[in-house]
Design a protein around this ligand. Structure first.
Ligand code: GLY
Ligand code: MN
Ligand code: MN
Length: 445
């Protein structure tokens, strides 16, 4: 097993974080303010917490890695537009839970204009929001709204001294999410890396697989490679489904024994610097596809490859999905799993017995990344800098009317694709998907 390390890409620069905040503020009225909170620690039990993962929007605007922080953007403010509230320095607590930046550290390391520790928040925040009419925040964030309400109460009480309280909320997420949809060069470098690490992990699982091991052994191989390469871990719960478990779309028990004739479906991706990889491959536990498995696999692969090749600016996800449905349905008819005319099977949706999910989703800081899928009722057109997955599959029920060799087979093939000026860049081609290449990898040495 190769233990070499992939070179790490550069982190996002402070200048880029500043640029993101500037772009957001440019889109907002001069008398508004933006408030975005970090994620909070969540108690698992007593004095143990769930692993901390930063809020993606907060991360996108700051790069600040701690919980219990609040970003305040104040367009046009003299003395600095970006203010951060963060955890108080507390040497006794830090001896247990790790170093905190504190206000001085945040100011020194994150390119912001002003920082305060949370002990000052209740007095400083009303001062900062004085005269700011509309507050842009994530509308579903009740904690942040509560802080604004507190400021409003304080500022209303000080009205006779000239204070001006905010008089409206607006959601900020739509604006941030539209920015997040188009990845910069630095973001693409991180996503290439998350994809490359994910691809190596899949190769490692393929090489290790053999009948008699359990699904969790392959999960261990994948997640070992993620951590070995400096990823923080999986970007979502790792799916290792052998045999008919592959037909359960979000199967995460990963508990069963790999059977001799099983196909194994692995859907797993690394999270690197908070960017997600998302790869699915399907391969035979014993290293050789049976005839029926290969035939069905090639139907999915044909549809998947054509869908990947269709990715380019101005195409829509609806176009890509329609092409996949057509190719899969034609394949199912040819194999006798569906009967009738192609257009009828598409129109009456009989293909949905075998393919019931959509073909793509956006990918980025979140595995199912943010950004609108439809604009003015129409499927959105792709543009350079967008990143999406292409992930058709076929899931054959274990039912009496299905020819025996196909029963209970689940196959999905998923790649991550960036839209470029004139086409696409496939980020996940570090792991094979053609049957001969998979077999060669599994049986090499
Ligand atoms: N791994 C989740 C998905 O492929 O959408
Ligand atoms: Mn996916
Ligand atoms: Mn996936």
């Amino acid at each position: 097993m190769s233990n070499d390390r992939l070179p790490r890409p550069a982190p996002i620069s402070l200048a880029e974080y500043r640029q993101r905040r500037d772009r957001l503020m440019t889109a907002l009225p001069a008398d508004s303010a933006v408030l975005v909170s970090s994620a909070s620690l969540v108690t698992r039990s007593r004095d143990s917490d769930y692993p901390f993962r930063q809020n993606s929007d907060f991360h996108y605007l700051t790069g600040f890695p701690e919980p219990e922080a609040l970003l305040v953007l104040l367009p046009g403010r003299e003395g600095g537009e970006t203010v951060l509230f963060c955890q108080d320095r507390d040497p006794a607590q830090e001896a247990w839970t790790g170093r905190r930046y504190g206000a001085d550290g945040a100011l020194a390391s994150f390119g912001i204009d002003e920082a305060f520790e949370n002990a000052e928040r209740d007095t400083r925040l009303p001062e900062l929001l004085d005269g700011r009419h509309t507050i842009y925040l994530p509308l579903d964030d009740s904690q942040t709204r509560a802080w604004v309400d507190l400021c409003r109460t304080r500022l209303l009480a000080a009205q006779r001294r000239g204070a001006i309280a905010p008089d409206g909320y607006h959601d900020v997420c739509g604006l941030i999410h539209e920015q997040r949809m188009i990845k910069s060069e630095a973001e693409l470098a991180l996503m290439r890396h998350a994809a490359a690490v994910s691809a190596r992990a899949h190769c490692r699982a393929m090489r290790t697989a053999r009948p008699g091991l359990h699904e969790y052994h392959l999960q261990a191989e994948l997640e070992h490679e993620f951590l070995w390469q400096g990823a923080s871990g999986p970007a979502y719960d790792t799916i290792v489904g052998s045999g008919a478990n592959a037909c359960v779309l979000h199967y995460i028990e990963n508990a069963d024994c790999l059977g001799e004739g099983d196909l194994i479906l692995i859907d797993a991706g690394a999270e690197f610097d908070l960017y997600a990889g998302d790869i699915t491959r399907t391969f035979p536990a014993g290293g050789h596809f049976s005839d029926a498995q290969r035939t069905l696999y090639d139907v999915v692969l044909h549809a998947q490859q054509r869908a990947v090749d269709a990715v380019r600016p101005d195409v829509t996800l609806a176009d890509i999905h329609a092409g996949v449905v057509r190719d899969l349905t034609a394949g199912l008819i040819e194999l006798g799993l569906l009967s009738g005319d192609l257009q009828t099977c598409i129109d009456d949706e009989s293909y949905r017995r075998f393919y019931l999910h959509s073909t793509s989703h956006w990918l980025g800081l979140d595995v199912h990344d943010v950004g609108r899928y439809r604009i003015a009722g129409e499927s959105r057109r792709l543009a350079p800098g967008m990143v999406l997955t292409v992930e058709p599959g076929l899931y054959v029920p274990d039912a009496e009317d299905i020819p025996e060799p196909y029963r209970g087979i689940g196959i999905r093939i998923e790649d991550d694709v960036a839209v470029t000026a004139d086409g696409r860049e496939v980020l996940t081609d570090g792991v094979p998907k053609r049957t001969a290449e998979i077999e060669a990898l599994m049986n090499d040495g």
